[in-house]
Write a protein that binds this ligand. Structure first.
Ligand code: NAD
Length: 511
């Protein structure tokens, strides 16, 4: 195994070895080739991880299959699985400073947010532990005195988990503890841009005594992900990433028709009605748009505001946006950090230019952020574009940067039409104090999540996922857990059969 010694900011016990290698069948494997990661905030090399091949993925899937078939995890009691998950949750909390620093440094996200992600990762792991204990099927005895119907809930098998770069530890924990709680064995392929926290969390699992082969991690780029999606030894695949990659995974996974959950892109709207608490709404709109640098699937990137309050509300946003601090990801004063990579910085700036070319006008920001602490990094000013209509690309396309577009509406029907008039359907927010407005609008919105007088708020209990091109399946909550299970119906007839099997009669419902 290759180990690097790296100064990890945010920790006193620095010079901790940063693992570089795949974790397969309980041991760290030397990769044939490696990928270097440059910090978005400074450009410095911060980590080096294995460039996984199809061969590495195959080895990991075989290890997971062997562990699954042995029953060492799939037949373990819910209490045993929960015990491991609770221990890991404790260890995530104990290692939170390191994990938060890794995600902030590699991902460019503000450290305060990253600390929140790690707290969320521990909470998700604990929640999943509870599900492990409660995993159960159902029994039916209403089909005649001599019949019992059992619906068994079983682990789905080998789970492949592919994660993106924007919430590396958090999204890992929206999947991994749920899969393990269900009794699956797992192969994880993290984003090549932010692999370190996943490797650290794998190390924590290994320290709990999780049996070899139950959790495997292969790092690498899309080629490793593609190999995992294609592999016939994978029974269920949970993917989070772009809609473009989601479509490729749909095709790649068809060989063995694996069970799929796809958490994809979004283009959420913040709908602000005239009867909202406008102070709350202004804070919420800015938070929703610029949270995680705007690099968030549920970024509330479109503001739809009632025209009777639009000018005043926009003036309020303009006065507050200047307080948002763009800065180095590891600085606790930073609100908005650095874009994930140079190509993405260019893409975000390109979207702004395209928006203004199509008639939008810049109310705030609109350019690359510069300054003594910023010039080596990939920073964009928090940007507000007004005068945006549904025909413009900035209204429809996922920008994935700190860019808020503003559109006005005249009535409820127009607000709903504008919110729904995009291909995505992940999340939207409603700001109104009137229940007669809130409930009908919440029902009319075509998105998997609706926030009311709040934004980007995802407790582990609530299933999360998309309508339309935002995805298939759900993550978190009971529904997210069930994605990693299969149902088996067992139909049992007891006693001596009174008649013979009669064609046409066997399936007839009994009264
Ligand atoms: P991405 O699709 O580029 O990559 C995601 C993961 O897929 C990475 O691990 C990558 O290596 C892998 N991958 C790339 N090509 C692949 C292929 N052909 N087959 C299999 N795997 C492949 O996405 P990203 O840039 O890392 O993340 C940003 C996107 O993720 C945005 O569109 C965002 O909206 C979306 N996202 C969605 C959610 C959600 O829950 N719906 C959450 C976070 C991010």
């Amino acid at each position: 195994m290759t180990a690097q010694t790296t100064q990890v900011p945010g920790r006193s016990d620095t010079n901790r070895p940063r693992i570089c290698g795949h974790f397969i069948d309980g041991s760290w494997r030397e990769p044939a080739d490696v990928l270097q990661r440059h910090a978005p905030g400074t450009g410095a090399v911060v980590s080096t991880v294995g460039a996984g091949t199809a061969g590495d993925v195959d080895e990991a899937v075989r290890a997971a299959r062997h562990a699954f078939d042995s029953g060492i995890w799939s037949d373990a009691t819910g209490t045993e699985r929960a015990r491991i998950l609770h221990r890991v949750a404790d260890m995530i909390e104990a290692n939170s400073a390191l994990l938060a620093a890794l995600d902030a440094e590699e991902g460019g996200k503000p450290i305060r947010l990253s600390e929140g992600d790690i707290a969320g990762a521990a909470a998700l792991t604990r929640y999943a532990a509870g599900l492990a204990v409660q995993m159960h099927g159902t029994t039916y005895t209403n089909h005649g005195a001599d019949h019992t119907g059992l619906v068994l809930r079983e682990p789905a098998g080998v789970a492949g988990l592919i994660t993106p770069w924007n919430f590396p530890a958090l999204i890992l924990c929206q999947k991994l503890p749920f899969a393990l709680a269900a009794g699956c064995t797992v192969v994880v392929k993290p984003s090549e841009l932010t692999s370190s926290s996943t490797l650290e969390i794998a190390r924590l699992y290994a320290e709990t005594g999780l049996p070899d082969g139950v959790l495997n991690v292969v790092t690498g780029d899309g080629r490793a992900g593609q190999a995992l999606a294609e592999h016939h030894g994978v029974d269920v695949l949970s993917f989070t990433g772009s809609t473009t990659t989601g479509r490729k995974i749909l095709t790649a996974s068809q060989g063995n028709l694996k069970k799929l959950s796809l958490e994809l892109g979004g283009k959420a709207a913040n709908i602000v009605f005239a009867d909202a608490d406008l102070d709350d709404a202004a804070e919420g709109v800015l938070f929703g748009a610029f949270f995680n640098n705007g690099e968030c699937c549920v970024s509330q990137a479109r503001l739809l505001v009632h025209d009777s309050i639009a000018d005043d509300f926009l003036a309020e946003l303009k006065s507050r946006v200047g307080r948002i601090r763009v800065g180095q990801p590891l600085d606790h004063a930073t609100d908005v950090g650095a874009m994930i990579h140079p190509g993405h910085l260019e893409a975000v700036l390109g979207h702004i230019t395209q928006g203004t070319d199509q008639g939008a006008h810049v109310v705030a920001g609109g350019a690359r952020a510069s300054g003594p602490a910023l010039d080596e990094g990939l920073f964009v000013q928090p940007t507000i574009l007004d005068g945006v209509g549904p025909g413009m690309s900035v209204f429809r396309e996922e920008i994935f940067g700190p860019v808020l577009t503003v559109s006005r509406f005249h009535d409820v029907a127009e607000a709903i039409n504008l919110a729904n008039d995009v291909d995505y359907g992940l999340a939207n927010s409603i700001w109104s104090k009137n229940v007669d407005t809130v409930l009908p609008v919440a029902k009319a919105l075509k998105s998997g999540t609706v926030y009311v007088n709040t934004t980007i708020d995802a407790p582990p209990t609530l299933p999360f996922g998309g309508f339309k091109t935002s995805g298939v399946g759900r993550e978190m909550g009971q529904a997210g857990f069930e994605e990693f299970t299969e149902l088996k119906s067992v139909s049992i007839r007891t006693g001596k059969r009174s008649g013979t099997f009669a064609f046409g009669g066997v399936h007839a419902p009994r009264s």
